[in-house]
Design a protein around this ligand. Structure first.
Ligand code: GLV
Ligand code: GLV
Length: 326
């Protein structure tokens, strides 16, 4: 009997690829850049499974050209790159990689928060460009994190991990979420509020919601104008949750204190993006889950999920259970 065929759209960690050995026949896109659309379509045409990343768009067109496809395993927790509805209609299982990247992503959100508050990147550039001529009482003063108020938009696993870190900094925690999180309220004293209250009261706002039709453009001009003039906005979720043009106005005209961004509307962010000219904006190239441990966990999970689907078992991280038939 021949083994099922899996196409892997990026060289993920061996921790994941080794699991596939002997159980499926797989091929890996070996280039540094994302797999070309034409190649993905060609490989998908004969694949039983795809193991993909957020660089790959899995849409109706692609799915319609993959007649044998049973599963799309996303190597990410977010799956806005996949048309889940179209996959479900075709009985294709979609999986993601939650949990293993929760702490890594919460850490990067906090890194951006601290870097923004204390002007870490700006100060690093200041020193290296030879501008440090003397210690001075007013040199590069920043904002206090301790005792300030953090607003968390999206109190899922990552939002909660950020809240736990905030507790260690004696921050007051406000959050917006579809459903209340009593456990977080009880243990961390977090308070669920309306978005308007969160915007008006927070010194730092951190976005942790998935990108979907409800959250696209969630933070635009009106929301930015509602923030404190001293507040910082941190985004480690998905770029399109935030209106980048409005954010540029907000950060350059002093509506808010600044921003820390790990994600962008378009990635890689074009170098002529105006936000990149601002000292009060700290940027990272989508590194939320970029630790060795998190990435190995993601590779393992993505592989296990694809194997489960191809071997007729229910994948642990199934995004569309309605597509599963035992
Ligand atoms: C990364 O952005 C992810 O969704 O895992
Ligand atoms: C500053 O370096 C201080 O010692 O207060």
């Amino acid at each position: 009997m021949s083994l099922p065929k899996v196409y892997v759209s990026r060289r993920i960690q061996d921790a994941g690829l080794l699991l596939l050995n002997g159980r499926v026949e797989y091929e890996v896109w070996e280039e540094i850049g994302p797999v070309e659309r034409g190649v993905l379509l060609e490989k998908g045409a004969t694949a039983d499974g795809l193991l993909v990343t957020l660089s790959d768009r899995i849409d109706e067109e692609l799915l319609s050209r993959c007649p044998q496809l049973k599963v799309v395993g996303n190597y990410a927790v977010g799956y806005d790159n996949i048309d889940v509805k179209a996959a479900t209609e075709r009985g294709v299982l979609v999986t993601n990689t939650p949990d293993v990247l929760t702490n890594a992503t919460a850490d990067i959100a906090f890194a951006l928060l601290l870097a923004s508050a204390r002007r870490v990147v700006e100060a690093n550039e200041f020193l290296r460009s030879g501008d440090w001529v003397t210690w001075h009482p007013n040199l590069l003063l920043g904002s206090d994190v301790s005792g300030s108020t953090l607003g968390i938009v999206g109190m899922g696993k990552i939002g909660q991990a950020v809240a736990r870190r905030a507790k260690g900094f004696d921050m007051e925690i406000l959050y917006v979420n579809r459903s209340p999180k009593p456990e977080i309220e009880r243990t961390l004293g977090a308070r669920r509020v309306a978005l308007e209250e969160l915007l008006a009261a927070s010194d730092f706002i951190s976005l942790h919601c998935p990108l979907n039709e409800e959250t696209r453009g969630l933070i635009g001009e009106e929301e930015l104008r509602a923030m404190k003039r001293t507040a910082f906005l941190i985004n480690t979720s998905r770029g399109p949750v935030l209106d980048q043009k409005a954010l540029f106005k907000a950060c350059s005209e002093g509506w808010i204190g600044g921003a820390g961004l790990d994600v962008f509307e378009k990635e890689p962010v074009p170098l002529d993006e105006p936000l990149l000219t601002l000292k009060n904006v700290t940027t990272l190239p989508h590194l939320g889950s970029a630790t060795i441990k998190a990435r190995e966990g993601m590779a393992r999970k993505a592989a296990e999920n694809v194997l489960a689907a191809l071997e007729g078992r229910r994948p642990v991280d199934l995004v569309n259970p309605e597509a599963f038939r035992a």
